[in-house]
Design a protein around this ligand. Structure first.
Ligand code: AMP
Length: 305
């Protein structure tokens, strides 16, 4: 039996009847999305797409605002994609609030929100997957083996349905963006993929839908992750080039400022190939994933040398 068909509905009751007073459309059918976008393209309008899993925050809004500037028509997708979650991950408890997301998307100028049910996106006998294994081996791919396969597959499906001129993503998920860019190049996709800087809370914590899971104590200490990244950047600016030494520095800072946190990875990699870097002789990405309690938070910083 198809796992996507049997999932309980996650949207609030009545969400299908949600009516927008202004001009924003809410579409749940992939075919209706394709028809609408095709009509726009035929009319000579450019389209910008922002794929999200919803529970929108200011990080998402910075992508949406940029996309608004980049296309005549703006499509925001809200889909908690089941195929990018592993069996023991947080699919079931991933936060959702469609009515609030719709209001935000509309306030920021979206023309269309696409919010499909899993069963509409994946046929019961869905069997085709897109993978970029070379870039997905390390970092998040190491601890979430099927994650990027699910991301690539759903993003390619969205790009095929919308056929946007530009699709906007966040650099918070740097590895994801690198993988999607490689997929777009290798498969001759014509959408331009844009990356936007990480949007942060005033205390430096990278905005994430998962931040709501943090207890007040964890939330108060979580900015230590960003502090650790800045510490490493300062050490690089002061001349340190050895990744192992810099990694230890990050670990020591977390142990002191965020006791109990568990580092999933703290890796120095080439920003495009995601290959590990032992010595920083060129621009290097320092990317981390840290479990704070049961919440896995990611962050990164590009180290220029
Ligand atoms: P998600 O809903 O978590 O799948 O994220 C949808 C898009 O928003 C992805 O391209 C993310 O990289 C991006 N995004 C999430 N958080 C942030 C943030 N704090 N700053 C910038 N972009 C973000």
């Amino acid at each position: 039996m198809c796992p996507f068909q049997t999932m309980p509905p996650r949207q609030p009751p009545g969400w299908r009847n949600f009516r927008m007073d202004a001009s924003m459309d809410l579409i749940s059918s992939p075919q209706a999305l394709r028809d609408t976008c095709r009509a726009w393209s035929k009319a000579g309008l450019t389209i910008a797409l922002v794929p999200t899993m919803g529970f929108l925050h200011d990080g998402h809004m910075s992508l949406i605002d940029e996309a608004r500037r980049r296309g005549d028509k703006l499509v925001v997708s809200i889909f908690v994609n089941p195929t990018q979650f592993g069996p023991n991950e947080d699919l079931d408890r991933y936060p959702r609030d469609l009515p609030r997301d719709l209001a935000l998307a509309e306030a920021h100028g979206a023309d269309l929100v696409f919010a499909p049910e899993p069963g509409a996106m994946y046929a019961p006998d869905h069997a085709t997957w897109v993978e970029v294994p070379e870039l997905a081996r390390g970092l998040c791919g190491a601890s979430r083996p099927i994650h990027f396969r699910g991301v690539c597959t759903v993003v390619l499906k969205l790009l095929n349905l919308v056929r946007p001129d530009v699709a906007v993503f966040g650099q918070k998920d740097w590895q994801q963006l690198a993988i999607l860019r490689r997929m777009a190049r290798d498969l001759d996709l014509d959408a331009q993929l844009m990356g936007m800087p990480i949007h942060r809370e005033p205390d430096g914590l990278a905005m994430s839908s998962r931040n709501v899971y943090l207890t007040p104590v964890e939330r108060a200490k979580a900015p230590a992750i960003r502090e650790g990244l800045l510490l490493v950047r300062a050490a690089v600016a002061a001349g340190e080039r050895d990744a192992e030494t810099l990694g230890r520095m990050f670990g020591a800072h977390l142990a002191q400022a965020l006791p109990g946190a568990r580092i999933d990875y703290a890796s120095f990699v080439h920003p495009d190939s995601m290959e590990p870097v032992a010595r920083m002789d060129a621009a290097t990405l320092f990317a981390v994933a840290v479990f704070v309690g049961s919440v896995r938070l990611i962050d990164n910083i590009l180290l220029e040398v």
